[in-house]
Design a protein around this ligand. Structure first.
Ligand SMILES: Cc1cc2nc3c(=O)[nH]c(=O)nc-3n(C[C@H](O)[C@H](O)[C@H](O)COP(=O)(O)OP(=O)(O)OC[C@H]3O[C@@H](n4cnc5c(N)ncnc54)[C@H](O)[C@@H]3O)c2cc1C
Length: 490
């Protein structure tokens, strides 16, 4: 992906078929779908790709075992199908992961065992391995750090795991390969209107971008664009914050994840091995402020530490947190879908009188289906020529592994200068935080180590971008300011 080329395309194109606002899972998925159907497509992201919710997930490509408990079978079937398709189209990005549901009460084994057999059945021919019951001894052999007191056994099942920010970049690269113009750091500040109809967007710094259809894929920020469209009193988003802690691998010391379906206060909790670390999450806290960089609350950190101590024999303390990150779920207020095209129980698509299409809700796992639904609507709204969706079988971009041999910048990180150069040259990374938070996951895996190498990394980046020493200093300082929150220095 080349930013200068993208900016040239933006200047020389008089009217796009589809303009997408928002460069998270939803917007990037739409850009892939629209461009691969042959529509001229532009995507505008105010910050970096996946800066908001899409880099802060639990990193699971899953049917959502918990929706089964709620009886939401339709949603589980849809997500399981999408899980299978993504494993098929991006085997370099998604891999299978075993999850153990431990039983501490006599009824839990049969209860979860039956539920997970239904999960297997619903996956059909796109299923992974079948779930199975394990004895207490077998469970402890797989998970030596699981709390053994009162443990009776467990059930093992399979789901997919991925690196969310990496998939976002790959979607951007796939869309670009199909001719889409994809821009980060381009904020939409207004809509172009002719009479009552939306005819494009205005982006910073005062660029007019005309399009036959505009799709609002701004996640938790969706109400902002709807306000620009004149929908002043109808907010549809009710954000809920979810926090994850990252710990050293020794706390789990297994390739099997733990899934606790029901903590004593009714939440789902995961302990997941991820990139040689352990993710512990998540919380569910309603929030009012919608921020690009949401802050974990003290009580959320405490909740996760307390529960980690309940289920793990090695008890993590505050000092053991390598990183902590918060994300906002773009939950759609119930009732918002009245008089709209609600195409799935998990995401909604609203079409305003001006023709602005808003897509909200959903999850990473279902981004492809969400994109297909949104582009189908865009064809109708923009009177575009019919073109079938091809993403069910479309392979996603694969840049291949990065060359080995260089020494990592820090003994606790895998980051090498080659990662930084590739991020700058091929992945449109513009800031140090783009490189350390999303092109590589250094910040999410070990915030303190990332702070320690910030200056060195900024220097390598400045050389690749041709930036000054003053830029280096500024980038280092602003990265460290953000990274302190991840390092739990609150
Ligand atoms: C804690 C947590 C755990 C999760 N775990 C999972 C999981 O394991 N598996 C799963 O499938 N899903 C999971 N999800 C859900 C999934 O992460 C989200 O559904 C998905 O990332 C939402 O993507 P999005 O593109 O709609 O929103 P976002 O990623 O928020 O993207 C919206 C983008 O729009 C941009 N934007 C806003 N306003 C403007 C503007 N004016 N101009 C230009 N750009 C703008 C923002 O900067 C942002 O980048 C989880 C979510 C959370 C919060």
């Amino acid at each position: 992906m080349n930013r200068d080329q993208m900016l040239r395309a933006l200047k020389t194109t008089k009217e796009w078929d589809i303009a997408v606002v928002g460069g998270g899972a939803t917007g990037l998925g739409i850009a892939v779908d629209a461009a691969s159907r042959g529509f001229s497509t532009v995507l505008l992201e105010q910050s970096d790709f996946a800066k908001a919710t899409s880099s802060r997930s639990t990193k699971l490509i899953h049917g959502g075992v918990r929706y089964l408990k709620q009886g939401n079978v339709g949603l589980v079937i849809e997500a399981l199908k999408e899980r299978g398709l993504l494993c098929q189209n991006a085997p370099h990005l998604v891999h299978h992961l075993p999850f153990l549901v431990p039983s501490y009460h006599w009824w839990e084994g049969p209860f979860y065992g039956i539920g997970l057999k239904v999960y297997d059945l619903l996956a059909g021919k796109l299923g992974i391995e079948k779930s199975k019951h394990l004895s207490r001894e077998e469970v402890l052999e797989k998970l030596p750090t699981l709390e053994p007191k009162d443990l009776r056994g467990g059930t093992i099942y399979y789901d997919g795991q991925f690196d969310d920010a990496r998939l976002a970049i790959v979607l951007a690269q796939t869309a670009a390969k199909h001719g889409a113009c994809i821009l980060n750091y381009t904020k939409v500040t207004g809509l172009i209107k002719e009479g009552p109809l939306v005819k494009g967007v205005i982006a910073e710094p005062d660029i007019e971008i005309r399009a036959k259809v505009v799709i609002n894929a701004t996640g938790v920020f969706a109400d902002g664009l709807r306000k620009m469209d004149g929908q002043k009193n109808s907010s549809i988003i009710e954000p809920s914050q979810g926090v994850h802690l990252v710990l050293d691998r020794s706390f789990l010391s297994s390739d099997t994840a733990i899934m606790i379906p029901h903590t004593d206060d009714g939440r789902v909790l995961f302990f997941v091995p991820w990139l040689d670390h352990v993710l512990v999450g998540t919380t569910d806290t309603p929030v009012k402020n919608i921020l690009l960089e949401p802050k974990p609350l003290e009580e959320e950190i405490e909740f996760l530490l307390t529960h980690a101590k309940k289920y793990l024999t090695k008890h993590p303390e505050r000092k053991d947190i390598l990183s902590v990150f918060a994300g906002l779920r773009p939950l759609v207020r119930s009732g918002s879908e009245s008089n709209t095209a609600a195409l799935s129980r998990d995401h909604v698509i609203l079409i305003s009188d001006s023709g602005l299409i808003t897509i909200a809700g959903g999850k990473w796992t279902t981004y492809r289906k969400m994109a297909e639904d949104a582009v189908n609507k865009a064809i109708l709204v923009g009177h575009l020529d019919e073109a079938p969706c091809s993403t069910e079988t479309l392979p996603l971009h694969n840049s291949g592994p990065i060359g080995h041999g260089e020494k990592p910048l820090h003994p606790q990180l895998t980051l090498t200068p080659a990662h930084i150069i590739r991020a700058v040259n091929e992945e449109m990374a513009l800031t140090l935080e783009d490189v350390l938070a999303r092109r590589t996951r250094s910040l999410f895996l070990n915030a303190k180590a990332s702070i320690e190498i910030a200056e060195k990394a900024a220097h390598i980046m400045a050389k690749a971008l041709g930036k000054s020493a003053a830029w280096e200093k500024e980038e280092t300082a602003s990265f460290i300011a953000i990274a302190k929150t991840y390092a739990a220095i609150l």
